[in-house]
Write a protein that binds this ligand. Sequence first.
Ligand SMILES: Cc1cc2nc3c(=O)[nH]c(=O)nc-3n(C[C@H](O)[C@H](O)[C@H](O)COP(=O)(O)OP(=O)(O)OC[C@H]3O[C@@H](n4cnc5c(N)ncnc54)[C@H](O)[C@@H]3O)c2cc1C
Length: 559
Amino acid sequence: MASTGLDGGRSRSARVVVLGGGFGGVYTALALERLAAKKGARVEVSLVNRENYMVFQPMLAEVVAGDVGILDTVSPLRQMLPRTQLYVREIEAVDVERRVVVLGAGMTPRRHELEYDHLVVALGNVTDFRDIPGLPEHAMGFKTLADAVRIRNHVINVLEQASVVRDAEVRRSMLTFVVAGGGFSGTEVAAALNDCVRAALGDYRSLRVEELRVVLVHSGKQVLERELTPALARYATKTLGEQGIELVLGERLVAASPQSAVLGDGRRIATRTLISTVPSSPNPIVERMGLASARGRLECDGTTAVKGCEGVWAVGDCAQIPMRDGSSSPPTAQHAIRQAKVLAANVVASESGGHGRKSFAFTGLGKLGALGHRRAVAELPGGVTVEGQLAWLMWRCIYWAKLPGASRKAKVAVSWLSDLALPAHPVPLNLGGGRGARQAHYEPGEVVFEEGEVGDSLFMILSGTVEVSKRVGGETRQIGMLGAGEYFGEMALLGSSSRSASTRAATALDLLVLPGSDFAALTESMSEFRGQFERIAGARAEADAARESSSGQGRRPLR
Ligand SMILES: Cc1cc2nc3c(=O)[nH]c(=O)nc-3n(C[C@H](O)[C@H](O)[C@H](O)COP(=O)(O)OP(=O)(O)OC[C@H]3O[C@@H](n4cnc5c(N)ncnc54)[C@H](O)[C@@H]3O)c2cc1C
C-alpha cells in the first residue's frame, strides 16, 4: 500500500472506506462529502453495503401496518451520496494488518479487495436466533425492509388461509400472532400488526374479531421499561392492553416450531406467526475483526476512534462510544447521526496532523415510541413527557421531518394523507419462487403430520427421534421409532397419495424438509435415487400389510 501515514504527508487523497449503509455509515459519508466540498478535505470516500439504499428503520412498522408504501421508507444511496464510490456487495472480511476489506464476488467470478487509509465500521448489529431452538427456522426478524415486507405478506396470507379453514383449533392457531421482545421495535411491530389485522377483518367476512390474538412476550414487568420513565412504560403497557394486545410479561421465548411459540414456564402458544426482535448480537464481521470490544461493540474513545487500532473508526450500533457522563452512547439513529459528524471531522483532522479533533458530546433529543391506534409516548429533554394522540402527532411530525430528502417526505406525506380517506387493503406482494429445502424444529410431543393429510414433503432426521403411529382397528398404535440419519414421508410422495401414518416428535427434533416438487425432480432425473426410495417404501408397505393382517406390531413403520 502506498500510504505514508495517517497524519498527512501523502501525495494523494486519503482513502476512506465506510462499511455499512445505515444511519452511521451514510451520515459519515455525507459529512465527509460536505467537508471535501466546503473545506477542501482531500478524501476519497467509498461505501460498501448490501443494498443500494438506506432504510429509515423508525418507520418500518408503518410498512407492516400498510400506512406507508414499501419503498417510502428507503433512500437511494446513489442520490444521497453523489461523490461517494458505492459498492453494493457483501462484506466478507476485514484484514486490519494489510488494511484491506474483502468483498464477496457478487455476480463476478472473483472476490474484490478494497484498500483503505481510514476504515469506518458502521455495520450495526444483527438479530441472532441461533441460541434458541426453532427460532432460526420459524421466527421472522424485524430489522430490515425485507423483514417488514415478509411479515406483512405472511400475515395477509395467514388471514387468507384462515378465512376458509373450518377446523376451530387450526383456525385459532392461524389467527394467533406472537411477537417476542418489548423494546421499541417489538412494541411497535406488535402495535402495527394489531392495527393491520383488525383493519383487515373488514375484508374477511368469515373471520371474527374475537378469534384474533396478538400476543406480546416480554421478559420485563412492563414494556419499554428499559427505554422510558416508569410512568411512560406503565402507560405504554396499559395502552397496548386496551387495544386488545395480550401481554405475557416476565417471560421469555425459549423455543419455536412450525406450530408454536414455547415460553420459559413451559407454556406453548399455538401459532403460525412468530416475530422476534430479540436477541440482538454483534455483527459477525465485527466480531471476527478481533479488535477491542465491550459486549460485542467496538470499544472507541470519545473521538470515535477504535482503541488500539490506528486508522479504524466505528459508529452506530456496533460502536461503544463514551458520552460525557461516562455512560455508553445508546444504539439509536439520532446518536449514530451525531457520531458520524464527529467521526468525519476527526478523520479529516487526523489527515492534517491530528489537531482539532472533536469529542462526541451529544446527549440525546428524547425518545418516541408508537403504540398503534394513533397513540404514542414521548420523553423529551428536561424530563417532559407526552402520551396519547398528541405524542402520536409529535411522532409523525418529528420522523417525517427527519426523513432524508424532499421526495421521500412528499411520498410519505401523500401515503399518510391518502390513508386517512382510503385505508390500506390486505394485498400481499408475493414474489413467487420455490421454497427449496429448509430446516424445521419440533418440540417433544408435537405432530409433524397426521395420517390422512396431504403428503407434500420428505423429512430427513438431523437430530432427535420420531414416533410413528397408525390407526389400526379403531385404535392408534405406535408402529415404530426413527432416529438421526433416517427419513420419512416418502411413501405419500412416491404414490401421490395421502399420509398413511402419523408422526410425532418423541424428543426435540430437527429435520431437513425437502419439498415434494424437489423430491420429484430428483427421483425423475436419478433412477438410482428413485430405486432406493422405492425399495424402502416397498419394504415398509409390506410390513404395514403384515401388521394389518395380524393386527400385531411391526418393526419398521409406514409413513
Ligand atoms: C424496527 C426499528 C425501529 C427503530 N426505531 C428507532 C427510532 O424510532 N429512533 C431511533 O433513534 N432509532 C431507532 N432504531 C434504531 C436505529 O435504527 C439504529 O440505531 C440505527 O439504524 C443504527 O445505525 P447503524 O448505521 O449503526 O446500523 P444499521 O442501520 O443496522 O446499518 C448497518 C448496515 O450495514 C449493512 N451490513 C451489515 N453487514 C453487512 C455485510 N456483511 N455486508 C454488507 N453490508 C452489511 C446492513 O445491510 C445495513 O445497511 C430502530 C431500529 C429498528 C430495527
